[in-house]
Ligand binder design. Structure first.
Ligand code: PEP
Ligand code: MN
Length: 369
C-alpha cells in the first residue's frame, strides 16, 4: 500500500508562472557555452523561466557523447546570472548532487534509467536530504507504477517536499510509432492516487521526434497535467544527442501557440469530476481496446492458419459456449451485465470466425462454416 506524500503545490515553488502549461525547456545536453547561452536567451524571450540541460548523459552505447560534466555547470550559472532563469539538470549519483549544490543548480531531475534503480535513488535521496532543492522524478523505463511511487517515497522520506514527476513513457521492445510507449494509463493512475503531485510530461523523449510534440503535449494537457519538459536546441540538426526530437526556440514558440489549454480551473479534489479530463481517459482506454482487438484478431488469424494446416473445422461450438459462460461470470464480478458481455463477445467471436473463414478460403478451399 502506498504512503501519503507530503508535497508542496507546484504553484508555491516560485519557479513557474501561470497559466498552464508550466514549461521547462532547454537542450538535451549542454554542449558548449555558446549553445547553452543562445538557447537560453531564445527561450527566455518566449517567457520561459525554467531551463534544462543535461550535464551527465546516460547513453545506451559507450562512446556516444556522455555530457560535458562539471564544466557545464558554470554555463548554467551564467544562464541564471544573465537571464534570471531557474536551471535544472539530471542527477544520477551522490557526486552529481554535490556538484549541483555547489554550483547553485535550482532543481534536479531523476532520469528514467535511475528511477528504475532503488539503490541509486536512495543514494541520491540521502545526498539531497536536508536541502530545499526541488526534485522531479521521471517514470522508470519499465511500466512499474510501484517502482515510480517507491522513488517518490524515498525523496519524501528524505524531507524533499518540493517533489514532482515527469512522465516520459516506457521502453518497449515492440516497434511502435513513438520512441517510448506513452502508457498514459499509468500516468492517469498516479494522478488519481496523488492529485496534488506536480505532474509534468516529457513529449520530447516520449515521441522521439519533434513531429509528435504537439499531439503528445495536447494529450498530456487534456489529462490535466501541470506542465511540459521540452528539449530545445538553437541548432537541433547539429545536436550531439537526441537531434531529431529537439526544436529551436522559434519552433517552440510556434508549437506553444498551437496547444489548446482547456479550462482546468477546478480544484484538484474535483479532478475526477472534470468532464474533459474524463473524456480523455476514455480516449486512452478506447485506444487500448482497439489495439487489443487488433492483437486478438491477429492471434485468431494464426489459429485459422493452424486449423487449416491440420484440417480442423473453424467452429468448435462447445469451446465457444464455455468461453462465453466464463466471460459472463467474470463480467458479473466486475459489475458488467450478462447481456452486455454476450453481445460484445458474440460480435468479437463473429468477426473472428469471419477472419478464420477468410484464411480457410484463401486458396479456394471450401469454408468449414
Ligand atoms: C533527458 O531528459 O535528457 C533524458 C535522458 O531523459 P530520460 O531519462 O527520460 O531518458
Ligand atoms: Mn534527451
Amino acid at each position: 500500500m502506498s504512503k501519503i506524500l507530503d508535497t508542496v503545490p507546484v504553484t508555491e515553488w516560485g519557479f513557474f508562472t501561470l497559466p498552464r502549461p508550466m514549461i521547462i525547456a532547454g537542450p538535451c545536453s549542454a554542449e558548449t557555452r555558446e549553445q547553452v547561452m543562445e538557447t537560453a536567451k531564445g527561450l527566455r524571450a518566449l517567457g520561459i523561466n525554467v531551463f534544462r540541460a543535461g550535464i551527465w548523459k546516460p547513453r545506451t552505447h559507450p562512446g556516444s557523447f556522455e555530457g560535458v560534466g562539471t564544466e557545464g555547470l558554470k554555463w548554467l550559472q551564467e544562464v541564471k546570472r544573465e537571464t534570471g532563469m531557474k536551471v535544472c539538470t539530471e542527477v544520477a549519483s551522490e557526486r552529481h548532487v554535490f556538484e549541483c549544490l555547489k554550483y547553485g543548480v535550482d532543481m534536479v531531475w531523476i532520469g528514467a534509467r535511475t528511477t528504475a534503480n532503488p539503490f541509486l535513488v536512495q543514494e541520491i535521496a540521502d545526498a539531497v536530504k536536508d536541502t530545499e532543492i526541488p526534485v522531479l522524478v521521471k517514470n522508470p523505463v519499465n511500466p512499474d507504477l510501484d517502482l515510480w511511487i517507491g522513488a517518490l517515497e524515498r525523496f519524501n522520506q528524505a524531507g524533499i517536499r518540493k517533489l514532482g514527476v515527469i512522465h516520459r513513457g516506457f521502453s518497449s521492445f515492440q516497434k511502435i510509432q513513438y520512441r517510448n510507449d506513452p502508457g498514459w494509463r499509468i500516468a492517469i493512475e498516479l494522478r488519481t492516487r496523488y492529485p496534488g503531485l506536480p505532474f509534468f510530461a516529457d513529449p520530447s523523449h516520449m515521441g522521439g521526434d519533434r513531429k509528435y510534440l504537439l499531439e503528445l503535449s495536447q494529450r498530456a494537457l487534456d489529462l490535466g497535467l501541470d506542465g511540459l519538459m521540452i528539449e530545445s536546441h538553437c541548432n537541433p540538426s547539429c545536436a550531439l544527442s537526441d537531434a531529431s526530437q529537439q526544436v529551436t526556440p522559434e519552433a517552440m514558440q510556434d508549437f506553444l501557440g498551437k496547444i489548446v489549454v482547456r479550462d482546468n480551473e477546478v480544484e484538484d479534489s474535483d479532478f475526477n469530476e472534470n468532464l474533459s479530463q474524463l473524456r480523455t481517459r476514455i480516449d486512452v482506454i478506447d485506444d487500448e481496446i482497439l489495439s487489443m482487438l487488433a492483437s486478438r484478431m491477429s492471434v485468431s488469424r494464426r489459429i485459422g492458419e493452424y486449423k487449416k494446416a491440420h484440417n480442423v473445422a473453424i467452429l468448435q461450438t462447445g469451446r465457444w459456449d464455455s468461453v462465453l459462460q466464463e466471460m459472463i461470470e467474470e463480467g458479473k464480478k466486475k459489475g458488467l451485465s450478462p447481456e452486455f458481455i454476450s453481445s460484445v463477445y458474440n460480435a468479437i467471436h463473429e468477426a473472428s470466425v469471419q477472419v478464420q473463414n477468410e484464411v480457410l478460403s484463401s486458396d479456394g478451399s471450401p469454408s468449414a462454416n
